[in-house]
Design a protein around this ligand. Structure first.
Ligand code: PMP
Length: 393
């Protein structure tokens, strides 16, 4: 059977052939001067990706996004600390779930309905009431396709002791994040989404405020492998072009990361964010034209990396996913527990282009048509094309 298909789930994404080829490098020691140079360059590029300078530190660990989430909070807590979790979906809730394992008091502010974000007013009231040590938020919640206005939250907390932790797993390199200007203290991501490297790297950025807190906590509640004091020492050493060992780095994935970052900067960050924005907009317009409802309740909180779409009442998720697969397009089912069978999710991030989006929309149209949904074939594609043309894309 042919291997050719469009992988349009919200991660792992379809990777650049350049990146995939770079992974096949063999005989590369983590202590070799070639690897040291590549790693040092990748760390420097990672800072540029979030618009921060050398006062900010970056760590790249072997692990998935969930490991990065756990490292992003466990390193900065002390017994009895108060943590506020702002949750706009499943990945927001995951922060609460993992924090319950630690000796901290956790409050959760949840979005009213899937597709909404917790209002800034509600958060502001809460953070003025309680002196939180840590606030967590998911920039793009992959379960609902909403983007939280992190800059508003950062503005409330900038002059406080509170650390703002942002889960950027579904946003870094696809959505703009100005870590310093926005007052964000910890950003975390995984490699398999918009940053464009196969699964296996957990990446964290720390602000000077976060580094200061880490000096105090010494990461004493972090699991042994995730202790960022150890990792910052290793990263600092690589940046000074001196290899140092704590635990074996994922050498090939870091080579892939170096390659992917080079491609990202060749495109240019502004161009990249714009491309994601336009493609996401064209996809949403197509869904509206077909008669499908996007989960994000408002345009200004609709993510550029992933879109969640409700299925028509009479269409079953399993039949829809099967129909899409027959047309060689892989999309994801729902994730939000109460409604997981009522919607599907499409990832459009990383090296995604207009042709991919058009093909995905066309496959959605034909699948729904064959499942008996009344639809004018080509109407969604036309709506998407109009957005592309309007934006000279
Ligand atoms: N946070 C967000 C926003 C995610 O989308 C995901 C993965 N879908 C995670 C965290 C967890 O990452 P991983 O599956 O790599 O552990």
């Amino acid at each position: 059977m042919s291997e050719r298909r469009i992988l349009a789930i919200p991660g792992p994404i379809t990777f650049e052939p350049h990146v995939l080829r770079s992974l096949s490098i063999g005989h590369l020691s983590h202590m070799s001067s070639e690897f040291v140079r590549l790693f040092a360059e990748a760390l420097e590029d990672l800072r540029k990706l979030l618009f921060v300078d050398n006062d900010y530190k970056v760590a790249v660990l072997a692990g998935s996004g969930t490991l990065a989430m756990e490292a992003s909070v466990s390193n900065f807590i002390e017994k009895g600390d108060r943590v506020l979790v702002v949750s706009n979906g499943v990945f927001g809730d995951r922060f609460a779930e993992l924090l319950y394992r630690y000796p901290v008091e956790v409050d959760v502010l949840k979005a009213g309905e899937p597709g909404e974000v917790v209002s800034s007013e509600k958060i502001l009231n809460k953070v003025s009431e309680v002196d939180y040590d840590l606030v967590t938020v998911t920039h793009v919640d992959t379960s609902t396709g909403v983007r939280h206005p992190v800059e508003e939250l950062g503005a409330f907390l900038k002059d406080k002791e509170t650390l703002l932790v942002v889960d950027g797993v579904c946003s870094v390199a696809g959505e703009e994040i100005r870590m310093k200007d926005w007052g964000v203290d910890v950003v975390l991501t995984g490699s398999q989404k918009a940053i464009g490297v196969p699964p296996g790297l957990a990446i964290l950025w720390l602000s000077p405020k976060a580094i200061k807190k880490l000096d105090k906590t010494k990461g004493s509640y972090a699991p042994y492998y995730m202790n960022l004091c150890k990792w910052l020492d290793i990263m600092g050493s690589y940046e000074n072009l001196k290899p140092k060992y704590f635990a074996t780095p994922a050498v090939n994935l870091i080579v892939g990361l170096h390659e992917s970052l080079e491609l990202i900067f060749k495109e240019g960050l502004e161009n990249r964010f714009k491309r994601h924005k336009i493609l996401a907009k064209s996809f949403r317009e197509a869904m509206a034209e077909i008669g499908l409802k996007v989960m994000a309740k408002k345009e200004d909180i609709a993510a550029s990396t992933v879109t969640a779409v409700y299925l028509p009442e009479k269409v079953q998720l399993s039949s829809f996913l099967k129909g899409m697969l027959e047309r060689k397009v892989v999309v994801a089912g729902g994730l939000y527990p109460e409604i997981r069978d009522r919607y599907f999710r499409v990832g459009h991030m990383g090296p995604v282009n207009a042709n991919d989006v058009i093909a995905i929309i066309a496959a959605i149209e034909r699948t729904l048509y064959d499942l008996g949904f009344e639809i004018e074939l080509g109407s969604g594609v036309r709506a998407a094309q109009e957005v592309l043309v309007k934006n000279s894309y």
